[in-house]
Design a binder for this molecule. Structure first.
Ligand code: SAM
Length: 330
């Protein structure tokens, strides 16, 4: 039974958050002082595995493990192994900040993880530290190297661009991706959670502005061929080069009409849109139902009718969505 929403969109992709905890404190993502959830509120590895099975039987072909930072979740490799064996799942992906990738890259590859997105907002150690508040750039660079060595064929860097913090590094980041023969996407900051370090309006820089600036150094060619695994990014290429340069533009180039995604938070809340609050509690079914698989399927199918048509992001300093990205699963 495929998952189809009220606007005829087929939902085949789920971002599954395995923890709200993170070892970094990126300024656009979290407050400096965070209170994390008590462990019993977070889904167990067994609950996450069962969800993965149910979702794949409902036509979900791609699951992305995310968080918080998924690689600090105990049992993450066992979870990847279990999901990697689901016969109906075509792609198992991971989004990570890369700080623990060096230790885990080989095991993740062996477990069946196909694609990895690694967040990298700066190649300058001081700027990286400022943006992440606590991060050590070298750990992430080592993680990227380890992922390449482990044989992942699809690695993408994700960079949230803030006008006065790292927009001046975009050329350098593209050059880095080209040298490593991996993809890179630039993301417009989304208004999730109340942040104090900067004004989202002041820091906004559109994808079009970035492309214009990159165009002075690189001859960008639109890559009209969307691949089956592509998320919301629009891609560009540089002649004779395997890397793709993506732009995720929630403000300036709305992509909701082709949305094929939903998210499940670390507490088991099925969130139907990143920019709205429509959601359904799956944890209660996982914990209380006598027939959880059947009940989960029925609830998830029904929930699709509540998937909103689109997000309504603004650049106001008071965001409408008070949940931080780490709560949601990026
Ligand atoms: N810890 C992992 C990581 O750093 O990739 C996974 C979770 S993180 C929340 C997922 C992605 O969301 C990261 O690429 C991060 O940069 C992005 N992100 C977080 N807050 C964001 C925001 N307000 N707007 C746009 N992207 C955001």
């Amino acid at each position: 039974m495929p998952l189809i929403d009220a606007f005829g969109r087929h939902i085949t992709y789920v971002r599954l958050s395995v923890t709200d905890r993170c070892d970094l404190r990126c300024t656009y993502c979290m407050a400096e002082e965070m209170e994390f959830l008590p462990r019993n509120q977070v889904l167990s590895i067994e609950e996450l595995t069962l969800l993965g099975k149910v979702l794949s039987e409902l036509g979900v072909t791609k699951i992305r493990l995310t968080g918080g930072e998924p690689l600090i979740r105990k049992g993450i490799i066992e979870l990847a192994q279990a999901l990697g064996q689901l016969p109906l799942l075509k792609q198992l992906c991971l989004t990570t900040n890369g700080t623990h990738l060096k230790q885990h890259a080989q095991a993740l590859r062996a477990a069946g993880v196909d694609r990895i997105n690694i967040s990298l907002d700066s190649l300058d150690p001081d700027n990286f530290r400022q943006l992440t508040r606590v991060g050590n750039l070298q750990q992430v660079l080592d993680g990227i190297e380890a992922a390449i060595e482990a044989g992942f064929t699809s690695i993408k860097l994700n960079c949230v661009v803030l006008k006065h913090y790292n927009a001046n590094e975009v050329d350098h980041l593209v050059q880095f991706a080209l040298t490593k023969k991996i993809d890179i996407s630039f993301i417009e900051e989304m208004p999730l959670g109340n942040i104090k370090d900067h004004s989202r309006g002041t820091e906004f820089i559109s994808s079009a502005e970035l492309r214009q600036s990159l165009g002075k150094k690189f001859a960008l060619i639109p890559d009209s061929q969307k691949k089956g695994h592509d998320g919301p990014a629009n891609y560009w290429r540089i002649t004779n080069h395997p890397s793709r340069i993506g732009f995720i533009s929630p403000h300036s180039e709305n992509f909701c009409s082709s949305c094929n995604r939903v998210r499940i938070t670390a507490t088991g809340r099925l969130l139907l849109c990143l920019g709205q609050e429509n959601s359904v509690d799956l944890r209660q079914i996982l914990r209380d139902s006598r027939t959880p698989e059947a009940e989960l399927k029925q609830t998830i199918i029904h929930a699709m009718q509540h998937k909103p048509e689109k997000h309504q992001f603004t650049l106001d300093d008071e965001p409408q969505i008070l949940r931080f990205m780490n709560m949601t699963g990026g």
